[in-house]
Design a protein around this ligand. Structure first.
Ligand code: ZN
Length: 194
């Protein structure tokens, strides 16, 4: 049975750790060729529709979707060991504070022979540019844009997309707002993003 009581606008960052984690029955593979990359049902459906709309034929692949607390902890520990503290703090969210734990975030990459799991290649041109152009129409935002590092607390990640739903994505895009700013604005007007 599909549950749709998830909060698609949920704000997750270092100051706002996730308090409720999605159950397994709220998740599904984004694409059947990648059975291990999961998202929440509605987010997964929207991503498939978006990839289809831009005519993706496997050029764009899902690299990392939903992560459990244990998986996020392992990514944090491994990255710390392999790439050091500065890199880890810049590109890996602290365990419990990662959007990937909501089932609403996805890292996408170009289908290359070697893929960097933490920082996959996601250019601006061609089908990747098309994806960026159309993302908001399907409820997705580029979550950690360049220039907003001080607000998000995360380095620019052109490969990390977050489902917030329609019309929120379009409103954020038009206003140049990241989720932290949008949440603050909505709270100020009683919109209630928590
Ligand atoms: Zn990510």
């Amino acid at each position: 049975m599909e549950r749709s009581d998830w909060n698609y606008l949920i704000l997750v960052n270092r100051e706002n750790p996730l308090r409720r984690f999605p159950d397994a029955d709220m998740l599904e593979p984004v694409l059947e060729e990648y059975p291990d990359v999961l998202m929440e049902h509605r987010a997964a459906r929207a991503l498939r529709a978006l990839l289809e709309a831009i005519g993706n034929r496997g050029e764009i692949i899902p690299v990392s979707g939903f992560r459990t607390q244990a998986e996020q902890q392992k990514i944090w520990d491994d990255t710390l060991l392999e790439r050091g503290e500065e890199f880890t703090r810049k590109f890996v969210a602290y365990p419990g504070c990662s959007e990937h734990q909501t089932g609403l975030a996805i890292d996408l990459g170009a289908n290359l022979p070697e893929i960097d799991f933490i920082c996959p290649e996601f250019p601006d041109t061609g089908i990747f540019g098309k994806f960026r152009e159309k993302a908001a129409d399907f409820g997705f935002i580029e979550r950690y844009p360049k220039g907003k590092e001080a607000v998000t607390g995360i380095g620019a990640e052109p490969w990390h997309f977050r489902y917030v739903g329609v019309p929120h994505a379009a409103v954020m895009k038009a206003g140049g707002l990241v989720l932290e700013e949008y949440a603050e604005e909505r709270n100020a007007f009683g919109g209630g993003v928590k």
